[in-house]
Design a protein around this ligand. Sequence first.
Ligand SMILES: Nc1nc2c(ncn2[C@@H]2O[C@H](COP(=O)(O)OP(=O)(O)O)[C@@H](O)[C@H]2O)c(=O)[nH]1
Ligand SMILES: [Mg+2]
Length: 201
Amino acid sequence: MNIISAEFEISNSDVRKCPDTTLPEYAFIGRSNVGKSSLINMLTGRKALAKTSQTPGKTLLINHFIINGKWYIVDLPGYGYAKRSKDSRDKLERIIKGYVLQRQQMTNLFVLVDSRLKPQRIDLEFMQWLGENGVPFSIVFTKLDKLGRVAGATAVEAYKQELLKTWEELPPVFMTSSEDGRGRDEILNYIDSINKQLASN
Ligand SMILES: Nc1nc2c(ncn2[C@@H]2O[C@H](COP(=O)(O)OP(=O)(O)O)[C@@H](O)[C@H]2O)c(=O)[nH]1
Ligand SMILES: [Mg+2]
């Protein structure tokens, strides 16, 4: 799929104020600093569509980007930022849960995981929660350019084995780097195939 246009549409902290359309949405989530903004920029080929920042955990906003006038990329706030206050954590949880559970047109949630880290409890628990709530998701391993070929493949394999301890079946898995662009075609093709499936229904 070619990205012909990618534009920021709206930011807000309330699922009820999200765009009033039925266009399919693909949301991205993960721990602060996992590489979410970089991935969105890489996928869309726009250098600064989603702002990349060195100060993690600041935004508590749901950001909608309209792609090719036909579907949305949704940038959800990052979770797991240690320095957040209890109030701010509660607000974050309300925003994420509200969006993930209530947004009917959210077709797939991409859960980003840093390929350099051992499976993190917060990510595993979040995916468990998605499973319990029947939320369709896939896993995106980020920053694979930081690992060698073998180390990258080994890390992803180890992660899958960890998931298979509790899951019977694995969700789709993507191996990416926003530095070298790997995984871009795979993710865009995946989105395209879902869009086509929805359009033919
Ligand atoms: N080497 C490398 N660095 C990355 C990659 N993706 C993100 N980063 C870096 O990781 C940091 C956090 O990225 P950002 O996209 O802001 O993460 P976010 O907080 O999840 O939105 C930044 O310093 C990025 O330059 C990647 O694929 N490869
Ligand atoms: Mg970001």
